[in-house]
Ligand binder design. Structure first.
Ligand SMILES: [Zn+2]
Length: 355
């Protein structure tokens, strides 16, 4: 049995813990509720009990290398504390890493505890075992309620000066656009996120020219999924919402591609599943606005499966890839593969990376 590490996804609702081997094989996964109302002490104790149960189950067959903890919020990487988290009330100024190490008896057994922003560990997970497996330089753009993400360079998370790199959601795509909670106007997450889809649907309904949307909105379960379903059925106002989504996302991605010239950009998060509806206008903007993308675009970027296979075969045959001209290497923009498990795998990976 190979050595293993623990990955933890400490979310505002769920606390998930997994034991993963150094080769990326999942040994065991546990899902608990995060009882934030009972305070950080309680949550961290429950987490550590589960980590000890898992390490106990596998410690006789392989060495326990450490634990990575993915947390939503801004983390001080030096002190191992949360500076700000909307989803974990009461955790600010709580010494998260120290308390975990104390409960687990670290560092005397040489294993270590690493804290990381949840979007960054999800990026690392997709890079290690997901859509960008084998691709050392990549970025994940997470399309959820807002937009988050992470950048991985040479297989390691790029933090920026103080851990705030990857805030793509607040890149301006419309100078006088919709106001954003961050204080700016026209941030991309006001146009290309689940909340943006809902806003645009409400605006379309208010014009009186979106009868199918208005009818769907009278159902209790009305949400981005129902708007996507209408778009797939050919409802014009719903289609336009996702075309707008794709257009603004494409504008933001064009800037990223021009700036970073990475091998792969992976779109994750719940709203990425509307790919079919927003990808055409996204790629149209990318080609039009990014000189780097236009020079490196795959022949058919919408054929994601083919793209991914092609990319993998290039990787597996390193010698021939080396001899190809620069522009023969393509900028791949594709969907994430691991879903919410990306964060668990990424956190486990983090614990064993040198750093
Ligand atoms: Zn903003």
């Amino acid at each position: 049995m190979p050595d293993f590490s623990i990955g933890v996804d400490l979310g505002g609702t769920n606390l998930r813990i997994a034991a993963v081997t150094g080769d990326g094989e999942l040994l065991e996964k546990v899902t608990l509720g995060t009882k934030t109302a009972l305070g950080p002490n309680h949550v961290i104790t429950e987490m550590c009990d589960a980590i000890q149960r898992l390490t106990g189950n596998y410690q006789h067959s392989g060495k326990f290398l450490g634990a990575g903890i993915g947390i939503p919020g801004i983390i001080d990487l030096h002190t191992g504390m949360l500076r700000k988290s909307a989803n974990l009330p009461g955790f600010e100024e709580y010494p998260v890493r120290n308390e975990i190490e104390r409960r687990l008896g670290f560092p005397k057994n040489a294993a270590r505890v690493v804290l990381e922003n949840d979007a960054n560990v999800a990026a690392l997970g997709e890079q290690w075992l997901g859509a960008a497996r084998g691709v050392p330089n990549m970025a994940v753009v997470t399309l959820g309620t807002g937009i988050g993400g992470g950048i991985v360079l040479d297989g390691k998370i790029w933090h920026g000066m103080n851990g705030m790199a990857g805030e793509y959601g607040h890149v301006t795509v419309e100078p006088e656009g919709v106001p954003c909670g961050c204080g700016n106007r026209g941030c991309v997450e006001r146009y290309a996120s689940a909340s943006a889809v809902l806003r645009m649907a409400r605006e379309a309904i208010a014009t009186g020219h979106a009868p199918a949307l208005a009818q769907a909105a009278s159902h209790a379960d009305f949400g981005p999924q129902s708007i996507y379903n209408l778009a797939l059925q050919g409802d014009e106002p719903s289609r336009r919402i996702f075309q707008t989504f794709g257009r603004y996302l494409g504008i933001m991605l064009a800037g990223l591609v021009n700036t970073l010239n990475l091998e792969m950009f992976v779109l994750g998060g719940g709203a990425a599943s509307a790919w079919d509806a927003f990808a055409p206008t996204m790629f149209q903007e990318l080609r039009q606005r990014s000189i780097v993308y236009a020079a490196t675009a795959p022949a058919d970027p919408l054929m994601t499966m083919t793209m991914t296979t092609t990319n993998h075969s290039l990787r597996d045959d390193g010698a021939s890839a080396q001899t190809e001209s620069l522009t023969a290497r393509k900028t791949i923009i594709t969907q994430a593969l691991l879903g919410s498990d990306a964060g668990l795998y990424g956190a486990a990976r983090l614990a064993v990376l040198p750093g």
